[in-house]
Design a protein around this ligand. Structure first.
Ligand code: NDP
Ligand code: HSE
Length: 440
């Protein structure tokens, strides 16, 4: 059989990782795929740059349209990232009858509905395993392995960079900016690292996971997004004292005929496995009605872990080159005409527990005022911790853990607490999830 000719757009961290894995494991991969996978062309902005992969035998171009228009290339691997020109290149590749593999979650989350419509009409594959949780085969697991289940919820650490930053800050007391630089050096961070730190990258991935878990369209704009840039070391330390660890979680949950979609820093009891996922590792908990809770763990970023997923998609594409397009695994897990447009709940309707940190004047009656406000809004307290005042400070830090309550009640309570004369500054709030297997 003739080799399958592949064009790679982008020779950065993932592009080079993919070329290295294909070169090293080529024979084994061909035994799995049924045909040799040959990268014939690759595009980058600067083709004279020294790269950590061997590109001899590959025609290098600076104009990626030469690849998406090349008559002999059957599969285009898009590893440029971002919105444009990635979107136009993918659409042009599909228009020219080429299958597409991409690691670009921003592209799929924002333009996936358009791209999959085109691919569906042309009978082509768009594979995107590497777009979520790096090397963890979570797309395949949900789309195929859990196809017998009604997925109830999923919660994941799905941004390696922010998990790396939180871990290094906690374990080594490292400085936020230094750890971010290290994550960039290691190739974990996005071209614009604010996507990692502000939760946008995790929201892209959550959008994709929710679509394949619940059979809904991709709804990136409806995700509530809060990143880790405002997390302080004191909150991490107080939470640890109370038995919780802070993680940036993406949560998607079916509830009351709608879906919660949210990314925010979250406290998790540290006895949970997922609370112990450190560094650039990712983990996704998926609760299905038949299987119960499952957890998928592995490297969430980096050259070869991501290449592992890109190459697995290439193998899938090659295997299905001869398959009737209508009988392939649907792009977004559910048949295209069976998607249901469930509403995404406003954040005010979300039920969660909270960690609150406030600064109170050290005098009688202050805590009573605070607890009265919480009681008025039907917010039950789980624990209270009052710390010693810092030297020279007039106020004492008070930490409160609450039971589950609607976010709109908590918003109202915080606003009233902040108006008390005995409370200084803003109330720090971190959502807290127990992630019990019985959560539904
Ligand atoms: P890099 O920034 O390392 O690489 C991007 C590559 O695209 C570079 O080789 C660059 O060329 C090339 N490029 C950019 N613009 C153009 C253009 N207009 N024409 C031709 N080539 C172009 O990104 P990554 O490899 O880290 O990421 C690629 C994709 O994979 C992104 O979508 C990212 O979100 C995703 N991803 C990344 C992971 C990771 O760990 N890094 C993990 C999972 C997904 P040049 O080198 O000459 O500048
Ligand atoms: N920037 C991403 C992360 C890369 O840190 O998780 C993997 O998608």
């Amino acid at each position: 059989m003739k080799p399958v000719k592949v064009g790679v757009l982008g020779l950065g961290t993932v592009g080079c990782g993919t070329i290295n894995v294909l070169a090293r494991n080529g024979k084994e991969i061909a035994r799995r795929a049924g045909r040799v996978i040959q990268v014939t062309h690759a595009a980058a902005r600067d083709i004279s740059k020294h790269r950590p992969c061997d590109t001899s035998g590959i025609e290098l171009v600076t104009d990626p349209t030469l690849i998406v228009r090349h008559p002999e290339i059957e599969v285009v691997v898009e590893l440029i990232g971002g919105d444009e020109p990635a979107r136009s290149l993918v659409l042009e590749a599909l228009a020219n009858g080429k299958h597409v593999v991409t690691a670009n979650k921003a592209l799929i989350a924002v333009h996936g509905n358009e791209i999959f419509d085109v691919a569906q009409k042309k009978g082509l594959m768009v594979a995107f395993e590497a777009a979520v949780a790096g090397g963890i085969p979570i797309i395949k697991a949900i789309r195929e392995g859990l196809a017998g289940n009604r997925i109830e919820w999923l919660a994941g650490i799905i941004n390696g960079t922010s998990n790396f930053i939180l871990s290094e800050m906690r374990e080594r007391g490292a400085d936020f900016a230094d750890v971010l630089k290290e994550a960039q050096r290691l190739g974990y961070a996005e071209a614009d690292p604010t996507f990692d730190i502000e939760g946008i990258d995790a929201a892209h991935k959550l959008t994709i996971l929710a679509a394949i878990a619940f059979g809904i369209p991709l709804k990136f704009k409806d995700v509530y997004v809060e990143g880790i840039s405002k997390v302080t070391r004191v909150d991490v330390a107080y939470a640890e004292e109370l038995g919780y660890r802070l993680k940036l979680l993406g949560i998607a949950r079916r509830i009351n005929g709608g879906v919660e979609l949210r990314v925010h820093p979250t406290l998790i009891p540290y006895r949970r496995l997922i609370a112990n996922v450190e560094g650039a590792m990712n983990a996704v908990l998926v609760k299905g009605d038949a299987v119960g809770p499952t957890m998928f763990y592995g490297a969430g970023a980096g050259a070869e872990p991501t290449a592992s997923a890109v190459v697995a998609d290439l193998v899938d594409v090659v295997r299905t080159l001869t398959t009737d397009p209508t009988n392939r695994v649907p792009h977004l897990a559910f048949q295209a005409d069976q998607r249901v447009d469930l509403p995404i709940l406003p954040m005010g309707e979300v039920d969660t527990s909270y960690y609150l940190r406030l600064h109170a004047l050290d005098k009688p009656g202050v805590l009573a005022d605070v607890t009265r406000i919480l009681a008025d809004l039907a917010i039950s307290i789980e624990a209270i911790l009052q710390k010693e005042p810092q030297p020279g400070e007039q106020t004492v830090p008070v930490i409160i853990l609450t039971q589950r309550v609607k976010e709109k009640n908590m918003d109202a309570a915080i606003s009233r607490i902040e108006q008390l004369g005995s409370i200084t500054g803003k109330v720090a709030r971190i959502r807290l999830e127990h992630l019990n297997p019985t959560w539904n």
